[in-house]
Design a protein. Sequence first.
Length: 235
Amino acid sequence: MSEPDAATLVLGDEDAAFSRGGNRLCFVDPRDANRCIKVARPDRSPAIKRSEAGFPKNLKPLSSFDDNCEEARVYARIDRSIGPAAFELVPRLHGTVATQYGPGLCFDLLRDDDGRIAVTLKQYLWQRGLDAALSAPLAEFGARWQALGMPSRRLLTHNILVQCAGGEPRRLWVIDGLGWPDLLPLAYASRALARRKAARRVADLDSAIAEQLAKRGDRAQFGYHGWLDEAQRQR
Protein backbone atom coordinates (compact mmCIF):
# COMPACT_ATOMS: atom_id res chain seq x y z
CA MET A 1 0.00 0.00 0.00
CA SER A 2 1.48 3.38 -1.00
CA GLU A 3 2.00 6.21 1.48
CA PRO A 4 -1.12 8.44 1.72
CA ASP A 5 -0.86 12.04 0.59
CA ALA A 6 -2.04 15.01 2.66
CA ALA A 7 -5.58 14.83 1.23
CA THR A 8 -6.00 11.16 2.15
CA LEU A 9 -7.82 10.26 5.37
CA VAL A 10 -5.80 7.79 7.42
CA LEU A 11 -8.11 5.30 9.13
CA GLY A 12 -5.53 3.06 10.77
CA ASP A 13 -4.76 -0.61 10.21
CA GLU A 14 -7.45 -3.20 9.64
CA ASP A 15 -7.66 -3.99 13.36
CA ALA A 16 -8.88 -0.43 13.94
CA ALA A 17 -12.10 -1.20 12.04
CA PHE A 18 -15.03 -1.74 14.39
CA SER A 19 -16.80 -3.97 11.87
CA ARG A 20 -15.60 -6.36 9.18
CA GLY A 21 -17.95 -7.72 6.53
CA GLY A 22 -17.55 -10.09 3.64
CA ASN A 23 -16.22 -7.34 1.35
CA ARG A 24 -15.78 -4.17 3.40
CA LEU A 25 -14.38 -2.68 6.60
CA CYS A 26 -16.10 -0.01 8.66
CA PHE A 27 -14.14 2.58 10.64
CA VAL A 28 -15.17 5.40 12.94
CA ASP A 29 -14.51 8.64 11.04
CA PRO A 30 -11.45 10.18 12.74
CA ARG A 31 -12.91 13.64 12.01
CA ASP A 32 -16.32 12.98 13.60
CA ALA A 33 -17.14 10.20 16.09
CA ASN A 34 -20.78 10.27 14.97
CA ARG A 35 -19.91 9.18 11.45
CA CYS A 36 -18.35 6.05 9.99
CA ILE A 37 -16.53 5.22 6.77
CA LYS A 38 -16.98 2.04 4.72
CA VAL A 39 -14.06 0.93 2.57
CA ALA A 40 -13.24 -2.15 0.52
CA ARG A 41 -11.22 -4.80 2.31
CA PRO A 42 -7.72 -4.90 0.78
CA ASP A 43 -8.20 -8.59 -0.02
CA ARG A 44 -11.62 -7.91 -1.60
CA SER A 45 -10.85 -4.93 -3.80
CA PRO A 46 -12.87 -4.50 -7.03
CA ALA A 47 -9.82 -5.55 -9.07
CA ILE A 48 -9.38 -8.75 -7.07
CA LYS A 49 -13.09 -9.57 -7.24
CA ARG A 50 -13.10 -9.11 -11.02
CA SER A 51 -10.03 -11.28 -11.41
CA GLU A 52 -11.83 -14.06 -9.54
CA ALA A 53 -14.98 -13.81 -11.66
CA GLY A 54 -15.50 -16.26 -14.47
CA PHE A 55 -16.20 -15.44 -18.10
CA PRO A 56 -18.21 -13.43 -19.15
CA LYS A 57 -18.67 -11.64 -15.79
CA ASN A 58 -15.01 -10.64 -15.80
CA LEU A 59 -15.72 -8.46 -18.85
CA LYS A 60 -17.86 -6.10 -16.79
CA PRO A 61 -16.43 -2.68 -15.84
CA LEU A 62 -14.52 -2.45 -12.58
CA SER A 63 -17.30 -0.38 -11.02
CA SER A 64 -19.57 -3.44 -11.26
CA PHE A 65 -17.42 -5.10 -8.59
CA ASP A 66 -17.27 -2.04 -6.31
CA ASP A 67 -19.74 -2.31 -3.40
CA ASN A 68 -19.29 1.38 -2.55
CA CYS A 69 -20.16 2.50 -6.09
CA GLU A 70 -23.24 0.29 -6.06
CA GLU A 71 -24.35 1.51 -2.64
CA ALA A 72 -23.94 5.15 -3.64
CA ARG A 73 -26.10 4.53 -6.73
CA VAL A 74 -28.76 2.82 -4.62
CA TYR A 75 -28.81 5.70 -2.15
CA ALA A 76 -29.31 8.17 -5.00
CA ARG A 77 -32.29 6.14 -6.26
CA ILE A 78 -33.76 5.90 -2.76
CA ASP A 79 -33.43 9.65 -2.35
CA ARG A 80 -35.19 10.26 -5.68
CA SER A 81 -37.97 7.69 -5.27
CA ILE A 82 -38.75 8.00 -1.56
CA GLY A 83 -37.16 11.20 -0.31
CA PRO A 84 -36.29 12.32 3.24
CA ALA A 85 -38.64 9.82 4.93
CA ALA A 86 -36.26 7.03 3.90
CA PHE A 87 -33.69 8.36 6.36
CA GLU A 88 -35.93 7.42 9.26
CA LEU A 89 -34.88 3.84 8.48
CA VAL A 90 -31.41 4.02 6.93
CA PRO A 91 -28.44 6.18 7.96
CA ARG A 92 -27.67 9.23 5.85
CA LEU A 93 -24.85 9.10 3.33
CA HIS A 94 -22.49 12.09 3.46
CA GLY A 95 -20.52 11.42 0.30
CA THR A 96 -17.16 9.91 -0.61
CA VAL A 97 -13.80 10.49 1.03
CA ALA A 98 -10.29 9.45 -0.04
CA THR A 99 -8.66 6.99 2.38
CA GLN A 100 -5.56 4.82 2.40
CA TYR A 101 -7.87 1.95 1.41
CA GLY A 102 -9.27 3.83 -1.58
CA PRO A 103 -12.59 5.70 -1.82
CA GLY A 104 -14.75 5.36 1.30
CA LEU A 105 -18.42 6.13 1.88
CA CYS A 106 -19.17 8.33 4.88
CA PHE A 107 -22.39 7.59 6.81
CA ASP A 108 -24.04 8.56 10.07
CA LEU A 109 -22.76 6.21 12.79
CA LEU A 110 -25.60 4.91 14.93
CA ARG A 111 -24.83 5.00 18.64
CA ASP A 112 -26.90 4.31 21.73
CA ASP A 113 -27.52 7.16 24.15
CA ASP A 114 -24.54 6.00 26.25
CA GLY A 115 -22.24 6.61 23.27
CA ARG A 116 -21.60 2.96 22.42
CA ILE A 117 -22.05 1.81 18.83
CA ALA A 118 -25.44 0.15 18.39
CA VAL A 119 -25.47 -3.64 18.10
CA THR A 120 -27.02 -5.61 15.27
CA LEU A 121 -30.46 -7.16 15.59
CA LYS A 122 -28.66 -10.50 15.32
CA GLN A 123 -26.54 -9.75 18.40
CA TYR A 124 -29.50 -8.29 20.30
CA LEU A 125 -31.55 -11.45 19.72
CA TRP A 126 -28.62 -13.60 20.73
CA GLN A 127 -28.09 -11.72 23.98
CA ARG A 128 -31.66 -10.83 24.97
CA GLY A 129 -34.02 -12.81 22.79
CA LEU A 130 -37.24 -11.43 21.33
CA ASP A 131 -38.14 -9.62 24.54
CA ALA A 132 -41.14 -7.37 25.16
CA ALA A 133 -39.00 -4.23 24.84
CA LEU A 134 -38.12 -5.07 21.22
CA SER A 135 -41.68 -5.84 20.10
CA ALA A 136 -42.89 -2.26 19.57
CA PRO A 137 -39.77 -0.93 17.77
CA LEU A 138 -39.73 -4.04 15.58
CA ALA A 139 -43.41 -3.64 14.67
CA GLU A 140 -42.96 0.08 13.98
CA PHE A 141 -39.97 -0.64 11.77
CA GLY A 142 -41.85 -3.27 9.76
CA ALA A 143 -44.91 -1.08 9.27
CA ARG A 144 -42.84 1.91 8.15
CA TRP A 145 -40.62 -0.18 5.85
CA GLN A 146 -43.71 -1.51 4.11
CA ALA A 147 -45.52 1.84 3.96
CA LEU A 148 -42.57 3.55 2.29
CA GLY A 149 -41.88 0.62 -0.04
CA MET A 150 -38.21 0.63 0.94
CA PRO A 151 -36.03 -1.21 -1.60
CA SER A 152 -33.88 -4.04 -0.32
CA ARG A 153 -32.70 -7.55 -0.81
CA ARG A 154 -33.58 -9.93 2.03
CA LEU A 155 -33.62 -8.14 5.37
CA LEU A 156 -30.89 -9.94 7.30
CA THR A 157 -30.53 -9.63 11.06
CA HIS A 158 -26.82 -8.76 10.80
CA ASN A 159 -27.68 -5.82 8.49
CA ILE A 160 -30.09 -4.21 10.97
CA LEU A 161 -29.03 -2.18 14.01
CA VAL A 162 -31.00 -1.79 17.24
CA GLN A 163 -30.48 1.69 18.68
CA CYS A 164 -31.14 1.85 22.43
CA ALA A 165 -31.85 4.57 24.98
CA GLY A 166 -31.78 3.88 28.69
CA GLY A 167 -30.79 0.31 27.83
CA GLU A 168 -34.03 -0.31 25.92
CA PRO A 169 -34.50 -0.54 22.11
CA ARG A 170 -35.98 2.53 20.46
CA ARG A 171 -35.36 2.31 16.70
CA LEU A 172 -34.19 -0.15 14.07
CA TRP A 173 -32.02 0.85 11.13
CA VAL A 174 -30.92 -1.01 8.00
CA ILE A 175 -27.24 -0.49 7.20
CA ASP A 176 -26.65 -2.78 4.21
CA GLY A 177 -28.40 -4.88 1.57
CA LEU A 178 -30.40 -1.98 0.09
CA GLY A 179 -31.79 -1.73 -3.43
CA TRP A 180 -34.10 -3.87 -5.54
CA PRO A 181 -32.01 -6.75 -6.98
CA ASP A 182 -34.27 -7.32 -10.01
CA LEU A 183 -32.81 -7.09 -13.52
CA LEU A 184 -35.60 -4.58 -14.27
CA PRO A 185 -36.34 -2.92 -10.91
CA LEU A 186 -39.83 -1.68 -11.77
CA ALA A 187 -40.64 -1.15 -8.10
CA TYR A 188 -38.65 2.10 -8.14
CA ALA A 189 -41.32 3.53 -10.45
CA SER A 190 -44.38 1.91 -8.83
CA ARG A 191 -45.08 2.67 -5.15
CA ALA A 192 -47.79 -0.03 -5.03
CA LEU A 193 -45.39 -2.68 -6.31
CA ALA A 194 -42.67 -1.42 -3.96
CA ARG A 195 -45.00 -1.75 -0.97
CA ARG A 196 -45.92 -5.32 -1.90
CA LYS A 197 -42.29 -6.31 -2.27
CA ALA A 198 -41.33 -4.54 0.96
CA ALA A 199 -44.12 -6.40 2.78
CA ARG A 200 -42.59 -9.70 1.64
CA ARG A 201 -39.19 -8.57 2.91
CA VAL A 202 -40.70 -7.83 6.33
CA ALA A 203 -42.39 -11.25 6.39
CA ASP A 204 -39.06 -12.86 5.49
CA LEU A 205 -37.44 -10.95 8.38
CA ASP A 206 -39.91 -12.56 10.78
CA SER A 207 -38.73 -15.95 9.52
CA ALA A 208 -35.08 -14.94 9.84
CA ILE A 209 -35.68 -13.86 13.44
CA ALA A 210 -37.29 -17.21 14.23
CA GLU A 211 -34.32 -19.04 12.71
CA GLN A 212 -31.91 -16.92 14.74
CA LEU A 213 -33.75 -17.59 17.97
CA ALA A 214 -33.68 -21.32 17.29
CA LYS A 215 -29.85 -21.19 17.31
CA ARG A 216 -29.60 -18.91 20.33
CA GLY A 217 -27.25 -19.96 23.10
CA ASP A 218 -24.69 -21.83 21.00
CA ARG A 219 -21.99 -19.24 20.22
CA ALA A 220 -20.55 -21.53 17.54
CA GLN A 221 -23.84 -21.16 15.66
CA PHE A 222 -23.66 -17.36 15.58
CA GLY A 223 -21.51 -17.19 12.47
CA TYR A 224 -19.11 -14.58 11.17
CA HIS A 225 -21.20 -11.45 10.78
CA GLY A 226 -22.88 -9.07 13.17
CA TRP A 227 -21.08 -9.26 16.53
CA LEU A 228 -19.47 -6.25 18.26
CA ASP A 229 -17.51 -6.78 21.45
CA GLU A 230 -17.28 -4.04 24.07
CA ALA A 231 -13.95 -2.72 22.78
CA GLN A 232 -15.44 -2.31 19.31
CA ARG A 233 -18.63 -0.67 20.62
CA GLN A 234 -16.66 1.96 22.54
CA ARG A 235 -14.65 3.24 19.58
